[in-house]
Design a protein around this ligand. Structure first.
Ligand code: SF4
Ligand code: SF4
Length: 203
């Protein structure tokens, strides 16, 4: 991958400080990418994303779909010889992208929101309701997105239901209250961060 040095050379330091992960320690062995379950749909693979951060390519990183497709499984952190965890890095990048008004691709952002809602409601992913919410969000955001891949989605969904891989009814985990508290804390944290911006926004 040929990369030009980007204009924002403070970017990697900011990501390192906010995520707590040693971005500069990455030597591009790509073990994280090989183990990542969603790398195949990312525009930049996890190791590529870290290299882009090191090179100050802020626009490409914050505008990428990859940051919205990480599911926070922590596989990369367990494989990395330098113990670099991509999950907190991706969290940081998503926050920065929203703060700086980078607009994610609607279908990818809809999937991200649907995933979070499923975890908040059930404590785990319930595939059927996640897919339905994702389709509804796509329809509201950009109607043609609803129809993109609809036939293949229906066929694959039907196949998985017949094989018993997807259940019709969601199942809540036992300690759902703890998950909900995490969401409440995250909401409070975000509001506290947004608060200093309010007067400027109102002016
Ligand atoms: S496994 Fe670690 S060192 Fe290797 S590319 Fe990924 S983040 Fe970098
Ligand atoms: S935490 Fe994100 S980047 Fe790391 S392996 Fe899981 S999905 Fe991939």
């Amino acid at each position: 991958m040929a990369i030009a040095v980007g204009p924002d050379l403070t970017f990697s330091d900011t990501v390192r400080e906010r995520s707590g992960e040693d971005i500069h320690g990455c030597f591009y062995c790509q073990k994280c990418t090989i183990g990542c379950p969603t790398a195949y749909v990312m525009d930049y693979k996890p190791a590529q994303l870290l290299r882009l951060i090191q090179m100050g390519q802020k626009d490409r990183v914050l505008g990428s779909s990859a940051i919205w497709l990480c599911v926070g499984c922590e596989t990369c952190g367990t494989r990395c010889p330098n113990r670099i965890r991509l999950a907190p890095v991706m969290d940081t990048l998503r926050h920065m992208a929203l703060e700086e008004k980078y607009v994610p691709e609607p279908a990818v952002y809809a999937l991200h929101r649907s995933f979070l809602d499923s975890i908040r409601l059930w404590g785990r992913v319930h595939e059927l309701s996640l897919i339905m919410e994702h389709k509804a969000r796509c329809l509201l955001a950009e109607p043609p997105l609803f129809f993109r891949g609809l036939i293949s989605d229906l066929m694959m969904g039907g196949d998985l239901i017949l094989k018993g891989k997807i259940s019709f009814l969601p199942e809540r985990i036992k300690r759902l209250g703890e998950v909900k508290r995490l969401y409440e804390e995250a909401t409070r944290f975000r509001r506290a961060q947004d608060a200093p911006l309010q007067p400027e926004v109102e002016r």
